[in-house]
Write a protein that binds this ligand. Structure first.
Ligand SMILES: Nc1ncnc2c1ncn2[C@@H]1O[C@H](COP(=O)(O)OP(=O)(O)OP(=O)(O)O)[C@@H](O)[C@H]1O
Ligand SMILES: [Mg+2]
Length: 578
């Protein structure tokens, strides 16, 4: 940036030498016209003509040389300042994105995706506009002003005052006009965001839209939003159309004043004819930087607002702190001790006094009605949230004391909404272990009972699954997310209702892997269905955030409570639970 500032000054130095050379040339011509006329009829007249023509060519060459030098330094100026701003932009965007990823899940629920995206894209760009172009034109303006006014005053301070008189009006009016332009562009931007999300929602929800025959209604809504966008754009167009004539008018005024006042002074002999030409060039030189004042001011305002928005997120500390303990394998001893949990954003108490213990290698099932708090138990275990009361202990140590990355890395969590990325099938599975080889991937897809189906896809493991995995069936998505968790070879496995879309046989096949690869690992299976064929060491029944029943399959059946009812219902109408 410092180098850039120096280049701006050097470039402008060569710029203001040009009008001075032109002045010299013009004065030379004016003087010699008289001499030339007085030599009418003599041979020397021809000679003078030749000398004059040659000298003028030298002047022309000098102007060209100056322009060339100016251009070279302008190139350096852009290569330093603009490049610097791009580097700043890159760093800022990267660190903001990295910071986002460190933040807790609650943060992403509180702030909508559009806002998060806007800060990492538009706001960062606005800061760059300030660091780059605004700084560059600002320095350019200052240096040019100093040099031009210095050269002008050296000729005539009176003429300087006259021809600069319209410039303040120019910059003030441009400032106001650009304020209007900015407000209007901002509204257009907002409307564009609405338009984008409207279109995006109708596309991603196209199945619902079609099923409810709402294409026309959605279309109408979209055209209303487009109409709004059109009007806002046209109104900006009008202001823009006024902008340039206004600018030209004021520049014209300046030039006329220079010629008029300068002409009078030249007649008086205070200045030369060449000075008038010099001044006209100066005035034109200043106009672009002066028009830029309003523009620079508004960029600065926008950048300040954007930086504030960026800082607001950068200064948000992750609510889930990482104590950075030594990472190491987990034994898989899990204990919930009087756990209470209230969702911080809604105040819903999801868990009340939940206590249970799982020894290393034990398998547990959590059953319960929808909304009873099953997912919350899993979320607390991998610290998507922290408890509001009580303690969650793993291997006898509070989860909050465990190394966060290690804890999550060694836990295979298959969330309820098995999110897939728009990547190939193998890419999605290797997400659990990036360095995994194809043979390893296949071994785990076999455990998840999905290998054969993947082979049946058009491009096998290379098939791209589309956004969120839209090209796959619900059951296929679930099993791919199970394979993704298994390939991590976790010490603790958490399956959140991820067999709901899988038929009973496939389910049996998947759960058989419990006896193979997960034999000595701790596992928690959250489910709506009761598996009598799988021996769980413990089953807990949640209702309204409380453990209402607890025991083994046989014990719970004997108790004839909620679990028994559920089992009976399932036995009577097995297909209802499929
Ligand atoms: N992110 C959240 N923010 C606020 N409240 C939540 C959030 N997630 C769940 N809840 C609330 O917490 C309670 C327990 O939800 P949880 O997701 O643990 O239920 P669940 O047993 O997993 O249900 P399901 O079987 O439908 O998946 C519910 O009342 C729910 O409304
Ligand atoms: Mg759930």
């Amino acid at each position: 940036m410092l180098a850039g500032v120096v280049f701006v000054f050097i470039s402008n130095y060569f710029r203001i030498l040009q009008p001075q050379i032109i002045r010299e040339a013009l004065d030379l011509v004016v003087e010699n016209i008289r001499l030339y006329k007085s030599m009418e009829g003599f041979d020397v007249q021809q000679e003078l003509y030749g000398v004059l023509a040659e000298t003028l060519l030298y002047f022309g060459a000098a102007v060209l040389l100056m322009a060339l030098l100016m251009g070279v330094f302008m190139y350096f100026m852009r290569q330093t300042i603009i490049v610097m701003s791009r580097l700043v932009e890159y760093d800022l965007r990267k660190s903001l994105f990295e910071h986002y990823e460190r933040l807790h899940t609650g943060f992403f629920k509180k702030n909508n995706t559009g806002d998060l995206m806007a800060r990492v894209t538009e706001d960062v760009s606005k800061v760059r506009m300030y660091m780059g172009p605004a700084v560059m034109y600002g320095v350019n303006l200052i240096s040019l002003f100093i040099m031009v006014i210095y050269s002008m005053v050296a000729v005539s301070w009176e003429l300087t005052l006259y021809c600069l008189a319209p410039l303040p009006i120019l910059s003030v009016s441009i400032y106001y006009v650009s304020q209007i332009i900015n407000k209007k562009s901002e509204r257009i931007q907002q409307q564009l965001a609405v338009l984008n999300s409207t279109a995006q929602e109708s596309f991603s929800g196209i199945r619902v839209v079609k099923a409810y025959v709402q294409e026309r209604a959605m279309g109408r809504f979209f055209s209303e939003q487009s109409e709004d966008f059109r009007q806002k754009s046209l109104s900006l167009g009008k202001v823009n159309a006024l902008f340039y004539p206004l600018m030209l008018l004021l520049i014209g005024a300046s030039t006329i004043i220079t010629v008029y006042v300068g002409g009078l002074q030249a007649v008086r002999g205070a200045i030369t004819t060449g000075n008038i030409a010099e001044f006209v060039i100066y005035v034109n030189m200043l106009t672009w930087p002066v028009t830029a004042i309003g523009w620079i001011a508004s960029i600065m305002q926008q950048a300040a607002a954007s930086q504030k928005r960026i800082d607001e997120f950068l200064k948000t500390e992750p609510a889930i702190a990482n104590p950075a303990h030594a990472p190491g394998p987990l034994k898989g001893h899990i204990r919930f001790d009087q756990v209470n949990f209230v969702y911080p954003d809604t105040g819903v108490q999801a868990l009340k006094n939940v206590s249970f213990e799982l020894k290393p290698g034990q398998k547990m099932a959590i059953v319960g009605r929808t909304g009873s708090g099953k997912t919350s138990v899993a979320d607390l275990l991998v610290r998507m949230y922290d408890v509001s009361g009580g303690q969650v202990l793993i291997d006898g140590q509070d989860v909050r004391a465990h190394d966060l990355d290690n804890l999550r890395r060694r836990t295979g969590y298959v969330p309820q909404d098995g999110f897939l990325f728009s990547d190939s099938v193998s890419g999605n599975i290797a997400f659990g272990k990036p360095e995994a080889e194809q043979s390893e991937i296949e071994r785990f897809t076999k455990y998840a009972a999905i290998h054969d189906e993947i082979m049946g896809l058009p491009e096998g493991y290379g098939t791209v699954v589309g956004e969120r995995g839209v090209t796959l069936s619900g059951g296929q998505k679930q099993r791919i997310s199970i394979a993704r968790a298994l390939i991590k070879q976790p010490d603790i496995l958490l399956l959140d209702d991820c067999l709901s879309a899988v038929d009973t046989n496939t389910e049996k096949q998947i759960l058989a892997c419990f006896n193979e690869i997960m034999a000595d690992k701790t596992a928690i299976v959250i489910t709506h269905r009761i598996y009598s064929y799988l021996q769980f060491d413990k089953i807990i029944v949640l209702d309204g955030g409380r453990i209402v029943e607890e025991g083994t399959h046989d014990e719970l059946l004997a108790a004839k409570g909620y679990y028994y009812e559920m089992f009976e219902r399932q036995a009577v109408e097995p297909e209802a639970t499929l």
